[in-house]
Design a protein around this ligand. Structure first.
Ligand code: KG4
Ligand code: ZN
Length: 361
């Protein structure tokens, strides 16, 4: 059995969790900073790192306390060390190093994006006994849809994956956040837009679905975002800062706003679903059909994506892993969960572990 502490601080959530054997979540503490960033309409990196500094120790203490364990009971200390906001990552990485050094425990640096893909195979149930990740899951097709990523992967295990495609401009979560600014519906944009879209009818507005080349597994969302801007505000006169629009988001009535949100959501999720189908076809043609589909990242909380992914699973006869809602957004349970697989594969780090804002995969 392994008992691992996970620490996550890559963006604007300070989180810590204790996980047993990579699947039983003994505690999952998340301190969100949404209130601090709301007035700026997005995450302010300097504010985020300062808030992590204030919160990291109490959050870790709470996670250990809720799990009923002390530092001495742990087998390892894991931390999301890449990719993310560098100042934010540094707080978690330094906390993990200090604890690992003080308690003489192994240190494990975990890739945040890979951890999002692993989250779907974990269960919120503290008594889970069977890890679905071990059986009939791999090879898998992985989709990460978050504020920083829209990527497809082929996975042969929780730790081994190859990139199949990624966004060439905005990530899907980023597009949601920007669309919410265009529609002036507040922060955080993704969940608000999702909620509003569920009350609207998107059929009044025909927004583009960018599929790129016929066989491309890459994504592009910037055209959809611009099309929404023009739908909301009309075609601009002039260019750049001098551009003047025909109207503003204030001129929309509630029905128009909800219908535009629905049209955006239909188009964005349509593209994701088409690319998923394309990737399944591609891997099947290559004689490497995926046994399952792993979906992770903040946008995996999206209502339309969840329902359409489940329908795709039935249609394509493929098992679909969607994280429980508590593991969709940034959390440390997914970090501690994936760290279990590093642990059993003897993948440890030492105190030279670095925070890295980007990764090459
Ligand atoms: O994974 P995450 O917490 O942070 C990153 O690693 O980026 O993802 C955050 C992103 C944000 O862009 C947020 O707007 C989006 O996930 N998001 C959603 C929903 N919930 C969160 N987007 C669409 N629909 C949602 N329900
Ligand atoms: Zn994330």
């Amino acid at each position: 059995m392994t008992l691992i502490l996970g620490i996550e601080s890559s963006c604007d959530e300070t989180a810590a969790s204790v996980v047993e054997d990579g699947l039983r979540i003994r505690s999952n503490v998340i301190a969100s900073q949404h209130d601090l960033h709301e007035r700026y309409g997005g995450v302010v990196p300097e504010i985020a790192s300062r808030a992590h500094l204030e919160r990291i120790s109490p959050v870790i203490q709470e996670a250990l306390g809720a799990a009923g364990v002390s530092l001495n009971n742990l087998d390892a200390i894991s931390v999301g060390n890449r990719p993310g906001l560098i100042g934010s990552l540094l707080v978690g990485v330094n906390a993990a190093k200090a604890m690992a050094w003080a308690a003489g425990k192994p240190l494990i640096g975990v890739d945040h994006v890979r951890a999002h893909l692993y989250a779907g195979t974990m269960q919120a149930d503290a008594n889970a006994t069977v890890n679905p990740a071990a059986n009939e899951t791999y090879p898998a097709l992985g989709l990460v849809v978050s504020g920083g990523h829209s990527s497809l992967y082929e996975l042969t295990s929780p730790l081994d994956m190859t990139l199949l495609g990624r966004t060439i401009d905005d990530a899907v979560g980023e597009a949601y956040d920007k669309a919410a600014v265009i529609l002036d519906i507040g922060y955080p944009g993704g969940p608000k837009l999702d909620k509003l879209a569920q009350t609207g009818d998107g059929s009044d507005y025909d927004l583009p679905r960018s599929m790129l080349d016929k066989k491309s597994l890459d994504f592009s969302f910037s055209g959809l975002k611009t099309a929404l801007l023009y739908t909301v505000r009309g075609k601009p006169q002039g260019r750049g800062r001098a551009a003047r629009f025909e109207r503003s988001a204030d001129d929309l009535n509630d029905t128009q706003r909800a219908n535009m949100a629905a049209a955006f959501q239909d188009a964005a999720i349509d593209v994701v679903m088409k690319k998923l189908n394309r990737a399944i076809d591609y891997l099947t043609d290559q004689a490497r059909p995926p046994r399952s589909l792993l979906i992770g990242g903040g946008v995996s909380a999206n209502s339309l994506l969840r329902s359409r992914a489940m329908a795709l699973g039935v249609k394509r006869d493929i098992k679909v892993y969607l994280p429980p809602m508590s593991l969709c957004l940034d959390n440390a349970a997914m970090i501690a969960g994936l760290a279990h697989h590093c642990f059993i594969n003897n993948q440890f780090d030492d105190l030279t572990l670095e925070a890295r804002s980007t990764v090459s995969l």
